[in-house]
Ligand binder design. Structure first.
Ligand code: ZN
Length: 155
């Protein structure tokens, strides 16, 4: 298998995932313009969690409209411990409850395919994955280690 490794956390897995991710990020800014500040916002989640994030943003936008509050989302990513890390300012109790709900749902959703997942630990990394994608991830980690070892040997 030929993996395109974008960064060490492998958020995007393949080149195609990376392109899809950029398009998805842009579509979020168009769909939820009030929730994002003008400058660059980091939204780094893999494909399996994208629906969950869209539902969360839709819920936040509804509350923003109903209650007339201002919420700005600054960072959305997978945390180092494998959970959803969602940072914003202006969140009232209802928005905070929505975020907590999404974060706890994310712990049961494979970040790669969106199917039922569970927290998986490999070496010092933790990710939420289904069984199939856990084995794939381990394979990717091995391949990446081989590539790094090869690069070090050729120095
Ligand atoms: Zn999966």
């Amino acid at each position: 298998m030929n993996w395109h490794i974008v960064d060490y956390r492998m958020i995007w897995y393949t080149a195609d995932d990376h392109i899809q991710h950029v398009e998805w990020q842009n579509s979020l800014r168009e769909r939820f313009p009030e929730l994002f500040p003008k400058y660059h916002v980091h939204i780094l989640v893999a494909r399996g969690w994208q629906l969950l994030i869209e539902e969360l943003l839709t819920g936040i936008q509804l509350i923003v409209h109903e209650r007339g509050i201002v919420v700005r989302v600054y960072r959305v990513q997978e945390s180092a411990l494998g959970g959803l890390w969602f940072r914003c300012v202006g969140a009232d109790d209802m928005v905070q409850a929505l975020i907590r709900g999404a974060a706890s749902s994310a712990l049961c959703v494979c970040e790669r395919c969106g199917g039922p997942g569970k927290a998986c630990l490999y070496k010092r990394w933790c990710k939420v994955l289904c069984d199939e994608h856990f084995f794939e991830w381990v394979e990717q980690m091995h391949q990446q280690q081989d590539e790094i070892a090869h690069r070090v040997r050729s120095l």
